[in-house]
Ligand binder design. Structure first.
Ligand code: SAH
Ligand code: SF4
Length: 371
């Protein structure tokens, strides 16, 4: 890879990136991702922040997270919920409880709710989720976004959930390299299947969310640059990315990077993604906050515009361990706590867009089916 970006070369790259989306090369993205703390990195984040402010203002859109179940048919080599982990508590929240919490998220004027769980594929599960989505839809206004993050499913299942009223779907590709994907998953998990799910979701009219983890063994800055370019190719509307947080009960139990390095890289990835895509929503994820109390604020200052306060009840939240060290009783699980979150958002010069779904401008402008 070329030289470190400094001085007028950096100024030129940042000015070009700010002027129009998709204007950086893979090598330039990789060089930005490598920037270490200092004035160059500050300028990089400020440029990403300026693009964010231009496309969506200093608004933070809140998405209430419900972790609705820990059962999972998959065996991803990095995840605490993997099927082979017999030490994890498996639960499924009861549908009426999920609907109740989703309505609470709506009444507290968050713009969207996301239902997330391990991957379950069955006719019964499809029908239960469909009914739940229909019920939430009937109890909330049409501009309240219902977001699903329930893994890989058939086209028919995705279509039924969409018809029932789901607006968005989050499915991280995890890496845009099929070869690297194979080192992170058993052979039965296929990158091509996951990628096809993304294309299908887009074709069905979902607002499409995807993303990757940063700091995995064998991952390079160039691979992460390719991931950003992949987001464009798949026509993603929303991006959620987080540092890899090793879990002891999984085969990949170590990261080659320190926690501080992963936090740095995670925030750089937010900034580089904003500079490349411009009009997508980008989340400041809980995994960043797990590495530092200021992790999410750092991501907002680097161009993110979405936060996902957790509304899962405490008992279930404790068992939903994709990774260890997740903030369990975090500051955002009720009304009073939401005002603390709002204060922290204000302290960095942003404001909560209460009651607004924050539909990404990218989705409104780009209705082409993905490749
Ligand atoms: N089962 C669904 C949704 C829940 S998993 C799915 O896989 O799509 C949500 C995300 O958690 C995954 O996409 C992965 O990127 C992330 N994740 C899993 N294990 C993790 C770990 N050890 N550290 C950080 N993120 C992890
Ligand atoms: Fe299951 Fe998702 Fe974890 Fe993979 S990442 S094991 S699909 S919960």
């Amino acid at each position: 890879m070329g030289n470190a970006l400094t001085g007028s070369a950096l100024d030129e790259v940042l000015a070009r990136a700010q002027a129009a989306p998709f204007s950086l090369s893979r090598d330039e993205l990789a060089a930005l991702l490598r920037l270490r703390p200092g004035p160059e990195r500050e300028a990089f984040h400020a440029a990403a922040r300026a693009v964010r402010d231009r496309v969506s203002g200093p608004n933070v859109y809140l998405r209430g997270l419900l972790e609705i179940g820990t059962r999972c048919r998959k065996d991803c080599l990095y995840c605490g919920l993997r099927r082979s982990n017999s030490h994890t508590v498996r639960y499924e929240m009861a549908p009426p409880e999920i609907v109740r919490l989703a309505v609470r998220v709506y009444e507290l004027r968050l713009g969207s709710v996301v239902l997330q769980s391990g991957e379950v594929q069955s006719a019964k599960h499809t029908a239960v989720v469909e009914e739940m989505v229909r019920r939430i839809r009937s109890l909330t206004s049409p501009d309240f976004a219902i977001v699903l993050s329930l893994g890989e499913q058939s086209e028919e299942t995705y279509a039924r959930w969409r018809a029932a009223g789901a607006d968005r779907y989050l499915l991280r590709i995890e890496t845009s390299s099929a070869a690297f994907y194979r080192t992170l998953h058993p052979a039965t998990h296929r990158w091509e299947v996951r990628k096809n799910c993304l294309s299908t979701l887009k074709r069905l009219g979902y607002q499409l969310g995807t993303g990757v983890m940063m700091g995995l063994p064998g991952q390079t800055a160039e691979m992460l640059a390719d991931d950003i370019i992949f987001y464009r190719r798949i026509h993603a509307d929303m991006i959620g990315m987080g540092p890899f947080l090793p879990h002891d009960e999984t085969p990949i139990r170590e990261s080659p990077l320190t926690e501080a390095e992963r936090l740095e890289l995670g925030v750089n990835m937010v900034a580089a993604t904003r500079l490349y895509l411009h009009t997508c929503n980008i989340a400041a994820t809980t995994a960043l906050q797990a590495l530092s109390p200021q992790g999410r604020e750092q991501a907002l200052l680097a161009g993110a515009n979405v936060l996902m306060p957790n509304f899962t009840d405490d008992a279930h939240r404790r068992a939903y361990q994709l990774y260890p060290g997740k903030p369990i009783v975090d500051e955002v699980s009720g009304e009073e706590p939401l005002s603390a979150l709002e204060a922290s958002i204000r302290s960095i010069g942003m404001s909560v867009a209460w009651g607004l779904p924050g539909t990404p401008p990218h989705y409104l402008a780009d209705r082409d089916p993905a490749e």
